[in-house]
Design a binder for this molecule. Structure first.
Ligand SMILES: Cc1cc2nc3c(=O)[nH]c(=O)nc-3n(C[C@H](O)[C@H](O)[C@H](O)COP(=O)(O)OP(=O)(O)OC[C@H]3O[C@@H](n4cnc5c(N)ncnc54)[C@H](O)[C@@H]3O)c2cc1C
Length: 417
């Protein structure tokens, strides 16, 4: 019988995404023997598609408290790690390795080249320079644990036995599973006694009940205010840009409220209201319409002044107004209906497009069981976690990759005794 090759390392990192690469790099900076195990043929498949292929690698927020606040109630957990490796250090790290970076609208940081491959190549070159052993095409199926300590990584291929003194799990979440993030790390964590906070798709498009939004597919609305309503109570408001799609609504502000939308939907009926004219209150809007309706234009010829064409057509249908009507004959009642359309365009949310299309997973390995200074498990002393697998997630804008750099760096800095 063929005996298995046995390889001993100081640190074994499972999952070659941004968090795993950063963890392996940092561990190897201290001269340790490090292995990075990835089931795909290549590292960083998801990193390549970030920021539409441009990689919004961080958010230009140098105040750690403000950055942590953006991550919601769990953001506090990251403060200690951010103080060691925050946005400033992340930018310095990439610039020191020769990546030119730029800051765009909303503090979004990108490589000047607009190419995520440049970020990936930089990380891979660094791994090579630090002699990290990268094993691709190797799927980890579990860990051998004895007396609350991990001894070995179990590979599906069974060709090797990989033992190490310390292990880091950075297998990502459940979103975009085609990139390799299929959630296996959650199973490993549970098997070793960790609690996993309920997993939900986040930064995800929303599906709607009505057919009319689908007919508007491709239409982008800028400077609108959308709010989520449940049981006649306003739960959340966002201002900015949204988009109609073939299944419902998407775009920056929809993604940013999607986490709450997914949670609220589980509790009952959920309504999304769009204010198409948020800068005008009801009275001012009414005055403007009264002024505009003094002319002798046909309503259909006036509409482009008010709305994009597709929405104008919808308005005519919804309020059942004759488009050939001369505007100075529009009644008070009709004007009220127009105002209601403009200020309260209402859509029923039926759910999200799910993990398949979500940018991030909310929920994950429970932070109460993780030491925030080291990312080390409080249950298995020679195990740490990094990246999306943790119960940490933020809005769009580079926050989620920053979580990876910060937790990856911190996990890679461990004492590994
Ligand atoms: C379309 C899209 C765009 C995004 N854009 C941005 C952006 O611009 N800015 C931003 O901040 N965030 C963005 N994000 C989120 C960001 O990509 C994630 O936060 C980040 O990739 C998580 O990194 P990670 O290392 O934790 O996990 P992942 O990137 O998911 O990497 C985990 C790795 O582990 C491997 N793996 C899993 N299980 C096993 C196993 N059993 N054995 C071996 N290997 C395994 C996987 O194959 C994968 O390579 C985007 C996400 C998506 C989907």
């Amino acid at each position: 019988m063929k005996t298995k090759e046995r390889v001993d390392f100081d640190v074994a990192v499972v999952g070659g995404g941004p968090a795993g690469m950063m963890a392996a790099l940092q561990a190897s900076e201290n001269g340790l023997k490090v292995v990075l195990i990835e089931k795909n043929p290549n590292l960083g498949q998801k990193l390549l598609i970030t920021g539409g292929g441009r990689c919004n690698l961080t958010q230009n927020e140098l105040d750690n408290k403000k950055l942590a606040l953006k991550l919601g109630k769990n953001g506090q957990f990251l403060l200690s790690a951010l103080s060691r490796f925050g946005v400033k250090e992340t930018k310095e790290f990439f610039e020191k390795q020769g990546l030119k970076i730029k800051v765009e609208r909303g503090g979004r940081v990108f490589p000047v080249s607009d190419k995520s491959i440049d970020v990936l190549n930089l990380l891979q070159n660094f791994l090579k320079k630090n002699k990290v052993e990268v094993l691709t095409n190797r799927e980890v199926i579990g860990f051998q644990v004895k007396n609350k300590l991990i001894e070995k990584v179990l590979l599906k291929s069974k060709e090797k036995e990989i033992s190490a003194r310390h292990f880091i799990i950075s297998t990502g979440g459940l979103s975009y599973p085609q990139t390799g993030s299929t959630g296996s790390g959650y199973k490993f964590a549970r098997n070793m006694g960790h609690k996993v906070v309920e997993l939900k798709p986040s930064l995800v498009s929303l599906k709607v009940k009505e057919d009319w939004p689908k007919a508007l597919k491709g239409l982008t609305l800028k400077n609108v205010e959308v709010s989520l309503w449940q049981n006649k109570k306003k739960k959340l408001t966002r201002f900015g840009e949204m988009l109609f799609t073939h299944f419902g609504v998407s775009g920056p502000i929809i993604l940013d409220l999607s986490k709450e939308a997914v949670q609220l939907k589980e509790k009952g009926k959920l309504i999304l209201k769009i204010d198409l004219k948020p800068s005008l209150d009801l009275l001012t809007l009414d005055k403007r319409l009264q002024r505009d309706f003094k002319s002798k234009k046909h309503f259909k010829n006036y509409l482009p002044e008010l709305l994009p064409q597709k929405l104008g057509n919808l308005l005519v249908r919804v309020i059942e107004i004759n488009p050939n009507k001369i505007v100075n004959t529009i009644s008070k009642e009709e004007r009220k209906k127009i105002i209601n359309f403009l200020k309260n365009l209402t859509i029923t949310i039926t759910g999200s497009t799910g993990f398949e299309h979500a940018l991030i997973t909310s929920g994950g390995v429970c932070l109460k069981e993780i030491d925030s200074k080291t990312m080390c498990s409080k249950i298995i002393p020679n195990l740490s976690f990094a990246g999306e697998i943790l119960d940490l997630d933020g809005p769009t804008g580079g926050y989620n990759l920053q979580v990876c750099w910060t937790t990856g760096f911190t996990a890679g800095c461990g004492q590994f005794t």
